[in-house]
Design a protein around this ligand. Structure first.
Ligand SMILES: [Zn+2]
Length: 53
């Protein structure tokens, strides 16, 4: 099914529990040469971030 374009997927920091919409401005972005872009938690600077559907 489709039509959920406005539904934001939440990303969550597994380290501190911070949550914000995935790809949102709340998150910091790191560019790692070998891994590409990573999402970094602005609260604890962890990159252990998972995205919920
Ligand atoms: Zn965090």
């Amino acid at each position: 099914m489709s039509g959920d374009s406005t539904t934001a997927r939440l990303s969550r920091c597994r380290n501190c529990g911070f949550e914000a919409p995935g790809g949102g401005e709340e998150w910091l972005r790191l560019e790692v040469p070998k891994l590409g872009r990573m999402t970094q938690c602005p609260n604890c600077e962890s990159t252990d971030v998972i995205t919920h559907r």
